[in-house]
Ligand binder design. Structure first.
Ligand code: DAL
Ligand code: ZN
Length: 133
């Protein structure tokens, strides 16, 4: 399985609109199988212990839904790092992604609820609900 068609189409429409505004979006991670997520999770736990708060256990990652992407700018500035938040592309997403049905899952104000640290690059497609249609 890959990124779901509706999420992919919405991403392509969003990337096209972003480009018109001078923002070059790139997908650096999209659909993940359970076994791939397991590998990422185990690596995170080996590195930072069971209390790490940046990698979801297999079965719990939004990446397994086929609706979620990790994004960067085209130059690869601060890929999967908080510094991405300072890029033009990140600011564009914060202002425009909702129009295309995408929402950031992990923000400063969701840390207590989700248990995950802030991730300015992680966007989940919620469809028309998020787009307000
Ligand atoms: N980085 C997010 C929480 C994930 O592993 O799905
Ligand atoms: Zn992610």
């Amino acid at each position: 399985m890959y990124l779901r068609a509706e999420a992919l189409n919405a991403f392509l429409a969003m990337a096209q609109a972003a480009r018109k505004d001078g923002a070059e979006l790139r997908i650096v991670s999209s659909y993940r199988s359970g076994s791939y997520q397991e590998g990422l999770y185990e690596r995170a736990v080996r590195r930072d212990g069971l209390s790490q708060r940046y990698s979801a256990p297999p079965g719990h990652s939004e990446h397994q839904l086929g609706t979620t992407v990790d994004l960067s700018d085209a130059r690869g500035t601060s890929v999967l790092e908080e510094g991405f938040a300072r890029t033009f592309e990140s600011r564009w997403l914060e202002q425009n992604a909702e129009r295309f049905g995408f929402r950031r899952s992990y923000r400063d104000d969701t840390v207590a609820r989700t248990g995950y640290v802030t991730e300015p690059w992680h966007w989940r497609y919620h469809g028309a609900v998020a787009a307000g249609k």
